[in-house]
Structure formats: structure tokens, C-alpha cells
Design a protein around this ligand. Structure first.
Ligand SMILES: Cc1ncc(COP(=O)(O)O)c(C=O)c1O
Length: 449
């Protein structure tokens, strides 16, 4: 029989089965497999930690979004927001399911082309569109939403250079009663700047206006914000038609719909506080009903939904590397996945569950990552069952932004695997090793032996 590790005796407040004012304390359900593939097997095969994406989840969520919106506004097109997760395999699932691409840099633009997306199905947003990138996008007949007056002028110069008719959209920002103001991007609609942009564009005579774009913000849990947004955009579209005889091809409402994650500031789980996609669809279609154009002239509605489609599809599988008792008596569980690969831990209380059966009394714990950095906290506080070194855990709903904003810092970034709709698993991004880092570096001559 192996000796148990010594731990100084201490009194621990047991919370099992206790009630608080919202009901009973949730019990921790282990997760042994993902889409039928055993977690232990995945870790054995690909190493720990490991990102895993469920193709089935992407397919289901995309279908849910499309159905909810097309039922209420048939001319709806979804464009996958590349910055949310631009792994080729993930993008290819979205494109196969009918999504266009939404990109915010030339790098993302090139990645969409590399993934086989026709230029005419790429929406190009963001404040960084140098002349070369604009030229490429105009020649490819991509949808380009301009951000500011300087960019408008660059776009005119590029249009003149290529000598073709160029249509563009303008990005606008606006206030709603439910969202904090995001005035940084686009032309302000509320103070008349957007109208000035239209007048300036028409005076230039080199571009035509065919669309409006507005991205309200992110992790928006209030459908009514979208109702206000689309009502304002519809009124603006009505003004464009009445005042300038402009009939828009599209209205792009951006992304921002909250996923079912739980913010640190929330008590109730996101699964209870984030409304279903149908409520957002209801809100958008209600705002668009303010359009006064003929039915044939209804614009295409573009959605650039990111996190709400991919968060639930992503998991991190991780291993316990230590159990500690902190000086203040708190229990710390140290795992091999840190905030360098899970930056959303700063925003969300990610659900973390063991990947094997558990026994023993759950105790309040803090989950630390492996980095030699004080900020490496994956969950500052949660009720967690006893786990031992080597036990496996699953961190849920990590699909959005982590594999684009992750950092190679202190540790290598791990492999990423996808589980197909038929239950096969395959690598979609290899784990880093020393050569990944050193291949990018140069040692100048005077430092070589
Ligand atoms: C222009 C634009 N569209 C779409 C998105 C996707 O947003 P979300 O992931 O919140 O749905 C973003 C993200 O910031 C964005 O900037």
C-alpha cells in the first residue's frame, strides 16, 4: 500500500448539499468522454494539456442560428468571424455549413482565401486595411466596410487606380439602452457623423454605397440591444433611399451575442442567463421591420456571430500536477493548463469537471495554472471534489478567442484536436516544441561560436 502524502490537519467547512437562496449547490458531474471519445484516451494519444473541438457542436449551433434567423428574416447570411477562431479546420466546418468569412486584417483575409472562400464571400472589416489590402479586396469583389474618413480617401484612391466600379459599406456605431457605448469603430450614427460620411462619399463620386455595418460590442445578453440597433439602422437605410435614392444590398449587424459562459460578475450560470438565439433573431427581425422599402428591395442581413457559435464546441483537457494548502488555508489545485492558453479565464468562470469518477467531500478550491506567475488563476473559487496528482480534468466552453489570443509564454502551446461528426479524432494543430520557437530566431554572427 502506498503512503498517503502528509497534510497538516485543519478544519474545513463542508458545503455539500447546502442550500443557498437560489437552491442547492450544484454537484460536480464528471465528464468521461467528448462526443463518444474517452477523455483519457485523447490525453494518452495527444498529450496534456490538449484543446479539443467538437465538429458536431459547430454544426448544431450554426444550424440553430440559421434556422432562428431565416425563419424570421429569410435573406440571412452568416459570416464566420475569423478572429474568434481561425484554425483552418474550424473555419472549414463553418464554410462547409454555408458560412461566409468575416475578417479584420489582411492576414485573416489571406487565411480565408487559403481556406477556399471566394473573395465575393469575404466581409472585410476593422480599422487596418492598407491600400494593398483594399486593392486585393476590391478586385476580388469582397464586401468592404469602411471605418473612417482617412480610409474612405484611401479607398477612393484605390478605386481610381483599378478603374472599376467599387461598392463599399460603411461601419457605424450607435448607442442602445442596453450596451456600453462602443464609439471607436466606424462613423457615429447618433451625432450625424454617419450622414456626413455618406455626403462625403457621394461628393467624392468614386465609390458607391451598398451596405451598413454595425458591431455593438461583445457578450451581449440583452436581445433588446439588437432591436434598437436594427431599428436605427433601418431608419438610416430609409433615409438613404428617400434622400439619396440609395438601395442597400445588405445590413450587417456584426456579432456580439453572448455564449452560455458565466462572467465572473454573474452569480447564476450563463446557461440560465443567456437567452436562446431565437430571442436575438426575434429582436433583429423586429428592428428590421422598420424598413420601408419594397419587399424585393429588402437587404441581405449579415450576421458575424462569433463566440455564441464556438464557445461550447471547445474543451481543454488538463492534468492535475499538484494539490497545495495555501497559507490562508485555501485549497489549491495546480493543473498543467495556464492562462497563457486560456486567456478567457480572466472573464469567465469556466466550468471545470473531473474526467474520472470522484468520491469524497467537495471543498472550496482555487484552480491554478502551471506558470510561475501570480496571475495564473484559472478559477479563483469553486466547490471542487478531491483530486489527485495525475487526475484528468475537463475545462468547458473554451472555443472562442483562446486559440487566437493564446500566448507562447513559459510553456509550449499544446496540440489541438477535432472530433468529427462520426466520432473520429484528428490533430488540427500540432503541439509546439523547441524548434517551433528557435526556427523563428536568428543569432547574429558575433554571438556564434
Ligand atoms: C466586427 C466584428 N464582428 C464580429 C465579431 C465577433 O464577435 P462575438 O465573438 O462577440 O460574436 C467581432 C469581435 O469582436 C467583431 O469585431
Amino acid at each position: 500500500m502506498s503512503r498517503k502524502p502528509y497534510e497538516k490537519p485543519m478544519l474545513v467547512k463542508h458545503q455539500l448539499g447546502m442550500l443557498n437562496k437560489y437552491g442547492s449547490v450544484p454537484s460536480v458531474e464528471p465528464m468521461l468522454s467528448i462526443d463518444g471519445v474517452a477523455v483519457a484516451e485523447l490525453l494518452e494519444k495527444y498529450g496534456s494539456p490538449l484543446f479539443v473541438f467538437s465538429e458536431q457542436s459547430i454544426v448544431d449551433k450554426t444550424e440553430e442560428l440559421n434556422e432562428a434567423f431565416k425563419l424570421r428574416y429569410p435573406k440571412t447570411t452568416v459570416a464566420w468571424s475569423y478572429k474568434t477562431n481561425y484554425l483552418d479546420a474550424v473555419c472549414k466546418v463553418f464554410h462547409r455549413e454555408g458560412s461566409w468569412a468575416e475578417v479584420v486584417s489582411e492576414f485573416e483575409y489571406d487565411k480565408a482565401i487559403h481556406n477556399g472562400v471566394p473573395g465575393s464571400r469575404i466581409i472585410f472589416n476593422g480599422p487596418l486595411k492598407p491600400a494593398d489590402a483594399l486593392e486585393k479586396a476590391f478586385r476580388n469583389k469582397s464586401i468592404v466596410n469602411l471605418d473612417n474618413f482617412d480610409e474612405l480617401q484611401t479607398a477612393e484612391e484605390v478605386a481610381e487606380k483599378i478603374g472599376e466600379d467599387v461598392s463599399i459599406g460603411i461601419r457605424v456605431n450607435l448607442g442602445t439602452s442596453a450596451t456600453p457605448p462602443w464609439g471607436r469603430f466606424g462613423f457615429n450614427l447618433d451625432n450625424g457623423q454617419a450622414r456626413d460620411a455618406v455626403r462625403r462619399l457621394l461628393a467624392g463620386g468614386k465609390l458607391s454605397l451598398n451596405g451598413l455595418h454595425c458591431h455593438l460590442g461583445t457578450f451581449i445578453q440583452q436581445p433588446e440591444a439588437y432591436q434598437e440597433q436594427t431599428a436605427k439602422l433601418s431608419h438610416f437605410a430609409n433615409w438613404l433611399r428617400e434622400e439619396h435614392s440609395i438601395i442597400l444590398d445588405y445590413i450587417d449587424v456584426g456579432g456580439g451575442i453572448a455564449s452560455c459562459n458565466t462572467l465572473h460578475t454573474q452569480y447564476l450560470p450563463g446557461s440560465q442567463t443567456t437567452p436562446p438565439l431565437s430571442r436575438f433573431a426575434e429582436a433583429v427581425s423586429s428592428g428590421l421591420s422598420e424598413l420601408t422599402c419594397q419587399p424585393d428591395d429588402y437587404p441581405t442581413l449579415f450576421l458575424e456571430t462569433g463566440r455564441a457559435l464556438i464557445d461550447d464546441a471547445g474543451y481543454i483537457l488538463t492534468s492535475v500536477i499538484a494539490n497545495k494548502r495555501l497559507p490562508d488555508g485555501q485549497r489549491s489545485v495546480v493543473i498543467d493548463a495556464g492562462v497563457n492558453i486560456l486567456f478567457t479565464a480572466f472573464w469567465y468562470k469556466h466550468e471545470i469537471v473531473p474526467a474520472q469518477a470522484v468520491s469524497g467531500t467537495p471543498e472550496q478550491a482555487i484552480i491554478h495554472g502551471p506558470l510561475c506567475m501570480n496571475i495564473d488563476v484559472i478559477r479563483p473559487s469553486l466547490l471542487f471534489p478531491p483530486v489527485e496528482v495525475g487526475d484528468k480534468l475537463v475545462i468547458k466552453s473554451v472555443g472562442a478567442y483562446n486559440v487566437t489570443q493564446w500566448m507562447q509564454f513559459i510553456t509550449y502551446r499544446p496540440a489541438v484536436v477535432m472530433i468529427s461528426t462520426s466520432g473520429d479524432d484528428a490533430i488540427i494543430r500540432r503541439a509546439e516544441d523547441l524548434s517551433t520557437i528557435t526556427d523563428m530566431e536568428e543569432v547574429p554572427g558575433w554571438l556564434q561560436d
